[in-house]
Write a protein that binds this ligand. Structure first.
Ligand code: NAD
Length: 280
């Protein structure tokens, strides 16, 4: 039986990278830090020695992230910062707050959202919102942080998806955004010219509240068992019967930021259990 709940992250589960640059003087900005993958990354980055500016529009979720950080004994290293990524003033204030904390070296653009509707009736407001949060904000934040990233040999990690490689119906705004994020990643690599690196991370379904909350409803709608929804609908062609965890995704970001990722520049880390590469 598939376990749908997302367990709190324990310290022993967090991989610690042996990296000279993972120190409290250096700041890692994490967007989407109130939930799912962003929260896992904020916690894992702090446990790995970095100072984290944890930002999200969801104030309560950020407070919860901070209490998890305190539980993991890194509460002092995680600074919650409420901001709306669709607001230009807020984007600037994220960069200012990050600079106040130390040397801004890492930027993780993780925040995202979904809207499902047919192309011909896809609401423009939803289309624009998805592009603003998942494409425009990562670009604007990269620009605001650029001088600091150049000064520190910094790195931008962007959350993409299997939907940045192939697409499903009903998700036109998400599909376009995830392809665009890979273009942004490569543009940063080009203009970073070795001083600023970038990479993207593409996964299939990850066990976050965003996904697990939908499963019982999908099961009821389709007359399926929960396990059938996970295996047939969500994992599809993936050669696995389990979803990735948020912490597993967070580890990919830290790998990319670390020395181990020194030659990863513009590339995409595709961890999809073969979903986009195989078929029966
Ligand atoms: P989540 O819903 O758990 O977290 C997303 C966070 O983004 C939320 O805390 C939300 O408040 C924040 N956010 C949304 N709009 C915002 C705005 N305007 N300003 C500031 N913050 C905002 O989702 P998740 O599953 O952790 O997804 C994180 C990223 O991973 C997204 O980019 C998503 O597309 C991507 N992704 C997720 C999966 C998956 O299966 N969960 C798979 C591939 C890629």
């Amino acid at each position: 039986m598939t376990e749908l709940s997302v367990e709190p992250i324990e310290r022993e589960a967090i991989h610690e990278f042996d990296d000279d640059r993972f120190t409290r003087e250096r700041v890692c900005v994490v967007t989407g830090a109130a939930s799912g993958i962003g929260r896992a990354l904020a916690l894992a980055a702090a446990v790995n020695g970095l100072t984290v500016l944890a930002t999200d529009v969801d104030e309560d979720g950020l407070a919860e992230t901070h209490s998890h950080a305190a539980r993991l004994e890194v509460g002092d290293a995680v600074e919650p910062f409420v901001a709306d990524l669709t607001d230009d003033d807020d984007l600037e204030s994220i960069a200012v707050a990050a600079r106040d904390l130390g040397d801004v070296t890492f930027l993780a653009n993780v925040a995202g959202l979904q809207h499902v509707a047919p192309l011909e009736s896809f609401p423009l407001e939803a289309y624009d919102r998805l592009q603003r949060v998942m494409v425009r904000a990562p670009f604007v934040l990269s620009r605001h942080c650029w001088p600091n990233l150049e000064a520190t040999d910094g790195c931008v990690g962007n959350m993409a998806s299997v939907h940045g490689h192939y697409v499903t119906s009903g998700k036109v705004a998400y599909n376009v955004a995830k392809f665009a994020v890979r273009g942004l990643t490569q543009s940063i690599a080009a203009e970073g010219d070795g001083a600023v690196r970038s990479f993207s991370v593409s996964t299939g379904y990850v066990k976050t509240p965003l996904v697990t909350d939908q499963i019982p409803e999908t099961a009821a709608q389709r007359g399926l068992e929960v396990d059938e929804v996970v295996e047939d609908v969500m994992l599809g062609q993936a050669r696995t019967d389990d979803m990735m965890t948020p912490l597993e995704v967070a580890h990919q970001f830290l790998f990319g930021f670390s020395d181990l990722g020194a030659h990863l520049n513009g590339g995409d880390l595709l961890l999809d259990d073969g979903m986009t590469l195989t078929y029966d």
